[in-house]
Design a protein. Structure first.
Length: 137
């Protein structure tokens, strides 16, 4: 089974658009066809994002909290990466690259152009559509 890191934005998109590529990836985690790797920083960022008022039209505060708990329960926890190089245009995203590398996952999945437009990374950064095509088909 392939291991992946899903950017918090991909996880939020999975809940917002149940028929999209992010939802397909999340369902693969639920169905145990993909192994999700997380760290405390990723879960904290996910919590911060789903608590934003603009998402209330997609899910309630209770549903948001339950989703974060489910993500934590369905994932393989890793410690937060420390002392990692600046790699992306957005320094706040670099922990995802470091986590993906430390966990030796098959891919970091993100829709964030600050990550997807990096030329070479190991493991690669895939968009949700690329990840579905390469990891699930």
């Amino acid at each position: 089974m392939d291991r992946v890191v899903l950017d918090p934005g991909v996880l939020v998109s999975a809940v917002m658009t149940p028929s999209g590529y992010p939802a397909t990836l999340w369902q693969a985690v639920v169905d145990e066809r993909l192994e999700l790797v997380t760290c405390p920083h990723l879960l904290a960022e996910l919590t911060e994002v789903v608590e934003r008022p603009k998402f209330r039209r997609y899910f309630s505060t209770e549903e948001a909290s339950a989703f974060v708990v489910e993500v934590a329960q369905r994932s393989q926890p890793m410690p937060d990466p420390f002392d990692f190089p600046a790699t992306s245009r957005d320094r706040d995203d670099d922990y995802l690259l470091a986590l993906a590398s430390a966990a030796k996952v098959r891919a970091l999945v993100s829709g964030d152009r600050d990550l997807t437009e990096i030329d070479q990374t190991d493991p690669p950064v895939l968009t949700p559509a690329q990840a579905v095509g390469q990891l699930l088909l």
